[in-house]
Design a binder for this molecule. Structure first.
Ligand SMILES: Nc1ncnc2c1ncn2[C@@H]1O[C@H](COP(=O)(O)OP(=O)(O)OP(=O)(O)O)[C@@H](O)[C@H]1O
Length: 470
């Protein structure tokens, strides 16, 4: 049987003995004790892994709250039970904020200690099981880098699988951030071209005057400034896949040239006379309604028919609510590691907020919201107040109006904004207050006061080269 490892820290040897004896009666628990603060820090930050830390608050060589902070920084999943003979509201609140699971006031009955430990270990076991299940669920709802369990996404995965090996051109339609580029990459990855290049180009991002030479390349001397011959993106993609993102924004004169290149699979560099044969698969994507663009004569119908050989419609995130929780958990897992957190759970209340928002920026917006929330959270749970304010308001938590007046809502906004701003500022400067003062353009004292107000500690944002918090 796996025994839960419990570590008890108290400066009084008598107390350690009583606690150890009490817990020894639980047969699935293994107990270690320590009365010296420095030794306790060493064991908590060393190789050993612990399930539960029980620590006294008042000790001569280390304060229990500091031990809690150090231990949870090393292992954010560690469950901590605080013991105190002098309960003060501030210490209790501070301990809870730093992630203590509970606290017991001395003196306590052995049964109370046993019951509390049993409950905390059970909670931890359930959380771990839950994480394991989540990982299994995610594995079965994964298609390459794409995640989705909703019916529309399953259809998308199915279509990708069918069109990928067939070398036909593909048109992907969907609002911004729905994953069009991810789908295009996935098609490339599952095609016979996967060992050659995938060349993406954002048609809306290249200045019109440069588009033709960017696409088709140019010969030396083709125009002033062209001192060398240059390959175009399409030629660069020879043998592979050319991904035209936002094709709806391509100027009409270039549409004609692209159509010709697609029909003949040949191009001519700007200023060149020779035709160059190319073997390129084209995948185009747009968030515009191309039929309407054609009706308004901004998009050529013949180009539309040429690229609309196989078509994939990516539904907006709000129409596939089942995917929201799955994606949110996936992003939490992915980005928590990058930010130095070990394992973070989303509370059911936070999931409810995420699921009732409309996500105009779709999956990209969800991913960013999770990143921002992770920067705000200080313990192993992501709660509604860690989420960007606009989501919480839209979900009705703060802002249904009838319970909150204009000024109250405004103050709430300002407070949330301040907290988010400061957390991101600290993150950008890795806890360097001098650099943060420079960017925020406020006196140092003001910055310290605001950090204190929002209970943010610059030290929590300092990481070493390996990404570990220092
Ligand atoms: N189903 C999904 N599973 C996992 N991540 C996804 C999914 N859909 C989108 N993403 C992520 O969301 C972000 C936006 O996706 P992507 O760039 O493919 O969207 P897009 O539709 O091409 O956006 P735009 O129209 O703005 O170019 C990316 O970081 C991508 O990895």
């Amino acid at each position: 049987m796996h025994k839960a490892k419990v570590f008890i820290v108290d400066d009084e040897p008598g107390m350690l003995e009583v606690c150890a004896d009490t817990l020894a009666k639980l047969d699935d628990v293994e107990v270690a004790v320590e009365s010296n603060g420095n030794q306790a820090v060493k064991r908590l930050t060393g190789e050993e892994s612990w399930d539960l830390l029980i620590t006294d608050i008042r000790m001569p060589d280390i304060h229990g709250v500091d031990l809690l902070r150090i231990a949870r920084r090393h292992d954010p999943n560690l469950v901590v039970l605080m013991l105190t003979a002098f309960p003060t509201v501030e210490t209790a609140v501070e301990s809870m904020k730093l992630g203590a699971a509970d606290y017991l006031t001395k003196p306590f009955l052995p049964d109370d200690l046993r019951a509390t430990v049993r409950r905390l270990l059970e909670q931890r076991r359930l959380r771990e099981e839950n994480n394991l299940l989540q990982r299994q669920v995610e594995r079965s709802n994964r298609f390459g880098d794409m995640i989705g369990c909703s019916e529309p996404m399953r259809r998308v995965f199915d279509t990708v699988q069918r069109v990928a090996p067939n070398d036909v051109d593909v048109l992907i339609l969907g609002e911004t951030g729905t994953g069009k580029e991810l789908v295009a990459r996935s098609i490339h990855q599952q095609s016979g071209r996967k060992d050659n290049r995938f060349v993406p180009v954002d048609c809306g991002a290249i200045p019109e005057a440069l588009l033709e030479s960017e696409f088709f390349g140019h010969e030396r001397g083709a125009f002033s400034g062209a001192d060398t011959r240059s390959l175009g993106l399409m030629e660069f993609a020879d043998g592979g896949t050319f991904f035209l993102d936002e094709i709806g924004q391509l100027p009409i004169n270039l549409q004609a040239k692209l159509l010709r290149a697609l029909q003949e699979r040949r191009i001519r560099r700007v200023g060149g006379t020779q035709e160059i044969e190319l073997d390129v698969r084209v995948i185009a994507a747009t968030s515009l309604n191309l039929e309407q663009e054609i009706a308004e004569q901004r998009f050529r119908a013949d180009l539309f028919y040429r690229i609309n050989v196989a078509r994939i419609d990516l539904p907006p995130l709000r129409d596939r609510a089942e995917d929201i929780a799955l994606l949110a958990r996936h992003f939490v897992q992915r980005h928590a590691g990058e930010m130095g957190h070990k394992q973070i759970n989303i509370t059911p209340e936070a999931l409810e907020v995420l699921c009732s928002y409309r996500w105009p920026g779709n999956v990209r917006e969800l991913q960013n919201a999770i990143r921002r929330a992770l920067a705000m959270t200080r313990d192993s749970e992501l709660r509604p107040d860690d989420l960007p304010t606009e989501l919480v308001i839209a979900a009705g938590d703060v802002g249904c109006g009838k319970d909150h007046g204009l000024f109250e809502l405004r103050d709430q906004h300002v407070t949330d904004f301040e907290r988010q701003y400061l957390a991101q500022l600290m993150q950008r400067h890795q806890g360097d207050v001098v650099a943060a003062v420079g960017e925020a353009k406020v006196p140092r004292g003001t910055l310290y006061r605001l950090l204190k107000k929002h209970d943010l500690n610059p030290a929590d944002f300092r990481f070493d080269d390996a990404g570990q918090q220092i």
